[in-house]
Design a protein around this ligand. Structure first.
Ligand code: PXP
Length: 260
């Protein structure tokens, strides 16, 4: 079921986690391409992958291979990148539909927050990357991964001509939701951030840490046009599929042993 309806937000599925599993054993499975096909055939509106400097999950060859799948389905590829010049060069060659600029450090388990635009050196680096991407890739849209902090969002407006969207980091919200904590302050911050962005014609996306439950209040708020969700979807897919796969393996045992 794809959402052609403009009122239904887009679902981008982050498939890095399939590559993480593959890299853990250095095998060719699980197949990232099969995952890409399955997501798009099942209604995902976009695929998201993060080519990290340390190549811990997505590999260079995966980027083109996933892009071919998105092209086959006529759906966007959203490539997440840090500001490392060699990764930016790859993004320029790939020319994906969207590029989401994210902070990256080698020690983190996953992207731990939005870009720190309040640090001038960092801001200048992001500015340089955005201008380079925009001037070389006129058909690629750019988003910045940011916290819903008013000062940061206001600072992002200085990049207004070089960006198309902001993806709000929902990781802390999602953690607090799962722990049963108060979430109203997150919702207020998201509302303020989305208003500022909308008033400046910048699209508002969301992502990180979301589950099928924590995404509900966000969907109800109507603030975000797009969500990028990965870890929960891939985790839940285990339990939607595990029983069937055990049955399949057990069937081979029984078939080969000739028992009825
Ligand atoms: N958006 C961004 C910018 C991310 O870095 C990630 C994680 O790679 C996601 C969304 C998806 O987060 P999760 O896998 O926790 O759903």
């Amino acid at each position: 079921m794809t959402s052609n309806n403009k009122n239904v937000p887009r679902l981008g599925v982050n498939i890095d986690h399939v590559a993480t599993l593959r890299q853990a054993r250095g095998e060719n499975y699980p197949s990232l391409i099969q995952a890409a096909n399955t997501c798009l055939a099942s209604g995902a509106d976009q695929l998201t992958i993060h080519l990290r400097e340390d190549r811990r999950h997505i590999q260079d060859t995966d980027v083109e291979a996933v892009q071919l799948v998105t092209k086959k389905y006529g759906k966007p590829l959203n490539l997440e990148i840090g500001c490392n010049p060699s990764i930016v060069e790859i993004a320029l060659t790939v020319a994906p539909d969207w590029i989401c600029v994210v902070p990256e450090n080698r020690q983190e388990r996953t992207t731990e927050g939005g870009l720190n635009l309040l640090d001038q050196e960092n801001f200048d680096k992001v500015l340089g990357v955005c201008h380079k991407l925009k001037s070389n890739l006129p058909n690629t849209k750019i988003s910045l991964f940011l916290e819903a902090d008013e000062k940061i969002i206001e600072k992002a407006l200085e990049l207004k001509n070089a960006i198309d969207a902001v993806e709000i980091h929902t990781g802390d919200y999602a953690k607090n939701f799962l722990d049963g904590n108060e979430i109203s302050h997150f919702m207020k911050a998201y509302d303020r951030a989305a208003k500022i962005l909308r008033n400046n014609n910048i699209h508002c996306h969301a992502g990180h840490g979301l589950t099928n439950e924590s995404v509900i209040p966000l969907l109800q708020s109507g603030l975000f046009e797009e969500y990028n969700i990965g870890h929960w979807i891939i985790s839940e897919a285990l339990f939607e599929g595990l029983g069937n796969v055990v049955k399949k393996m057990k069937k081979s045992f029984v078939d080969v042993s000739g028992e009825k």
